[in-house]
Design a protein around this ligand. Structure first.
Ligand code: HEC
Ligand code: HEC
Ligand code: HEC
Ligand code: HEC
Ligand code: HEC
Ligand code: HEC
Ligand code: HEC
Ligand code: HEC
Length: 493
């Protein structure tokens, strides 16, 4: 039996409760009330999540009235039609309808499914603008449009076939790509057609979206914008508390190529977070070092606006996380000064390849930040540390970290010299540098072990990730294996 278009009892109760609970709560728009009328029973999970969000309580006008450091709405101009009601289903899902390829007629409204960063920008333009300068926003193209990285992707996720007895990697199909690398990097969404579905409210037509669902950081949206704010602020709670907790970043930064979450969990900061977080306040804006939290989470070091107990701003918030990053330690294949642009496909090294360094370690300098900019970014990062540490502690930490970049780069150089001899002597084929077992051993050295060692040094991970847990032990072992392989094969030849 089909449901009626009348408010079902539960939806009515939810709406009444929402109104009763807060006489001071801003009103819900008429359009959103209609959405809630059906969706409260269709998707009780979505509606409950939204009801607990600030979007369901605070109007943009009230948000704008909050003073500087406590303010959550960065827009100075918000269209009048949006200012005085809560931010409900209709406010987000009908925004900029003409820009979204998935816009469709839905019970009298032109709605789209995939609400994008550009829709959020009506009220949060600063966050949206900064995020565009973050490597994360460009994570799709940085991988898919770089020929060498695309080859790496194909050699990991592609279908292995035998061509005349020889192994070959066919490009992975779209479903595999969405399930593998682009789960984190973000998919490219496209409208693949329309379908009519039999629903509780009769037959309705919906767009069919390929690449969906996905909340990867560099998702290419149906209005052409980049990224998914829900990577860190899941819908429909859109919570700041969630984004401030390291478990959110764990989804993608967990390793073994990028074991940051594991490093953090094993660090003193992570110990304190795990043991004491129940006493902390993850909702407070601004966030006060010492009283709201006693040790930094990922967010505190990389993103957050942090104040002291007097309310003095110690560090400004930024969604462009490289504002605080002097180096790119993630080695492709060496650690190097951070790229100037978050679109790394533009980089050309001295050999003309789209890599930030050449195989001998020479940085592609014109595409990377200079020493002055590195110093400014280091100051930006350490402004947060100084809430809790003395400069001698902080300087000692960064001295060790930068030394680790030098020593791991030197070891990657040695591994690469052995690999180059292997290629030169015709013992392996360099056309695809990732598809032979000895080449994989070389990749292990820079992709897993050099990186783990550096992450451990950068984020105070203590012993294991720098030594025995994919650290220096395995790193040196991989180089020994390469050398052994080379000696054995060249002796046989
Ligand atoms: C008459 C009832 C009704 C009203 C009013 C209504 N919806 Fe829906 N909506 C549905 C049904 C039914 C579905 C499909 C659910 C299913 O198949 O389980 C749906 C699906 C959706 C989807 C998901 C589409 C997809 O393919 O992923 C979104 C987004 C959505 N509605 C948003 C809204 C918004 C925003 C409003 C208000 C402007 C609204 N709806 C008003 C009944 C309604
Ligand atoms: C990679 C994770 C991440 C992504 C992606 C992300 N954010 Fe955030 N966001 C955070 C963190 C962490 C905070 C908490 C900052 C703080 O503590 O000051 C935050 C805070 C916010 C706040 C609250 C600001 C305030 O003044 O209180 C808003 C609004 C926001 N983000 C909007 C967005 C929008 C819009 C997008 C998409 C363009 C987005 N975020 C994408 C991590 C993220
Ligand atoms: C602040 C903006 C915002 C508001 C308010 C909002 N949505 Fe959404 N909604 C989104 C975003 C963003 C996504 C897509 C998530 C992503 O990027 O991965 C989404 C996705 C959805 C989907 C598809 C997700 C799925 O799991 O199938 C449905 C259905 C939906 N919203 C319904 C609603 C309903 C009903 C309401 C009102 C209670 C609502 N939305 C309010 C931003 C919003
Ligand atoms: C029409 C305006 C509007 C739109 C569009 C909008 N927001 Fe908001 N947002 C607000 C308001 C108002 C608040 C609450 C301000 C306050 O409490 O002072 C808020 C608060 C937030 C917060 C802080 C929540 C917290 O727990 O402190 C985040 C994060 C956020 N929005 C993310 C988003 C994202 C992501 C989108 C797009 C999917 C979006 N918003 C779309 C107006 C908007
Ligand atoms: C679990 C999430 C996840 C998956 C799956 C994933 N990556 Fe990544 N990738 C990351 C993260 C996180 C970074 C950033 C590392 C950093 O900055 O420390 C990254 C960065 C990269 C970069 C650097 C791009 C640049 O120019 O900045 C390349 C190349 C890359 N990944 C390749 C791949 C390939 C190939 C696959 C699939 C075989 C893949 N990734 C799968 C999370 C992921
Ligand atoms: C859905 C996956 C995903 C989530 C969740 C995620 N990241 Fe990322 N992050 C990535 C990928 C992928 C890259 C690398 C993009 C590239 O190099 O092209 C990256 C890059 C970064 C960078 C380098 C940015 C730059 O411009 O140099 C930082 C810092 C970072 N992430 C921190 C965080 C923090 C902190 C969180 C949690 C609040 C987080 N990430 C959540 C996938 C994710
Ligand atoms: C104590 C502060 C601190 C905490 C906590 C912290 N980081 Fe970092 N992070 C750093 C520093 C310092 C660097 C190196 C900065 C530089 O190279 O200039 C860094 C570098 C990074 C990078 C850049 C890697 C690259 O290759 O460019 C990513 C990604 C990252 N952190 C993610 C995270 C995530 C995710 C968490 C939580 C699980 C986290 N960080 C926790 C301080 C911190
Ligand atoms: C909110 C306070 C706070 C902030 C901010 C903070 N730390 Fe810490 N940190 C601590 C506390 C507390 C400890 C534990 C000290 C102890 O061992 O008793 C600690 C421990 C450390 C350690 C561990 C030393 C060891 O031998 O295990 C290092 C290194 C460190 N911090 C570096 C940093 C750096 C670098 C930053 C900034 C990027 C930073 N911290 C930001 C509170 C903070």
């Amino acid at each position: 039996m089909k449901r009626q278009l009348l408010f079902p009892a539960t939806a009515m109760a939810i709406l009444l409760a929402a109104t009763a609970a807060s006489a001071e709560t801003a009103p819900v728009s008429a359009a959103t009330e209609e959405c809630l009328g059906c969706h409260a029973t269709l998707h009780p999970g979505i509606v409950a999540d939204w009801e607990q969000s600030r979007h369901a309580r605070v109007s943009p006008a009230e948000g704008q009235a909050v003073q500087e450091a406590g303010r959550r709405v960065s827009a100075t101009e918000i269209p009048d039609g949006l200012r005085h009601t809560t931010v409900g289903c209709a406010e987000c899902h009908t925004a900029r309808g003409d820009r979204h390829a998935d816009t469709f007629e839905h019970n009298g409204y032109e709605i789209h499914v995939v609400v994008s960063p550009d829709d959020c920008a009506a009220c949060h333009p600063v966050e949206r603008g900064q995020y565009d300068g973050n490597l994360m926003a460009h994570a799709y193209a940085n991988l898919a449009d770089n020929p060498l990285y695309a080859m790496l992707e194909r050699t990991i996720s592609g279908a292995v076939t035998l061509q005349g007895g020889r192994m070959d990697f066919a490009p992975p199909d779209d479903l595999t790509r969405a399930d593998a690398c682009f789960h984190c990097h973000g998919t490219r969404l496209a409208v693949a057609g329309r379908q009519t579905r039999d629903t509780d409210f009769g037959e309705l037509q919906f767009p069919v979206i390929s690449g969906w669902p996905n909340n990867g950081v560099g998702r290419i949206n149906l209005d052409g914008s980049l990224g998914s704010c829900t990577s860190c602020h899941t819908r429909h709670r859109f919570s700041i508390a969630l984004a401030r907790k390291p478990e959110t970043c764990q989804q993608c930064h967990v390793g073994p190529d990028v074991p940051v979450y594991k490093v953090y969990a094993a660090s003193k900061h992570g110990n304190i977070y795990t043991a004491m977080k129940a006493d902390w306040d993850f909702e407070a804006v601004p966030w006060t070092a010492g009283t709201d939290f006693a040790a930094p989470t990922c967010a505190a070091c990389h993103v957050s606006l942090v104040v002291d107990p007097e309310g003095q701003i110690l560090n400004q918030r930024s969604h462009r996380m490289n504002d605080r990053l002097a180096w790119r330690q993630f080695g492709l294949i060496y650690a190097h000064a951070h790229p100037l642009s978050a679109d790394t496909t533009q980089i050309r090294n001295q050999d003309g390849l789209a890599l930030p360094t050449s195989f001998d370690g020479t940085p592609a300098e014109t595409f990377l930040i200079d020493a002055n900019e590195q110093a400014a970014r280091r100051r930006a990062m350490t402004r947060t540390c100084r809430a809790c540490h003395d400069p001698s502690w902080i300087d000692g930490h960064f001295q060790r970290y930068e030394n680790t970049l030098v020593t791991t780069n030197a070891a990657v150089r040695s591994a690469t010299q052995i690999m180059q001899r292997i290629w030169k002597d015709g013992l392996a084929d360099p056309v695809n540098p990732f598809d032979e077992s000895v080449e994989r051993r070389w990749s292990d050295a820079w992709l897993f072990y050099a990186n783990a060692t550096r992450f451990s040094a950068a984020m105070a991970g203590g012993g294991d990730y720098g030594v025995f847990a994919d650290g220096r032990y395995q790193f040196s072992q991989a180089i020994i294996d390469l050398d052994d392989w080379f000696r054995f094969r060249s002796a046989k030849k």
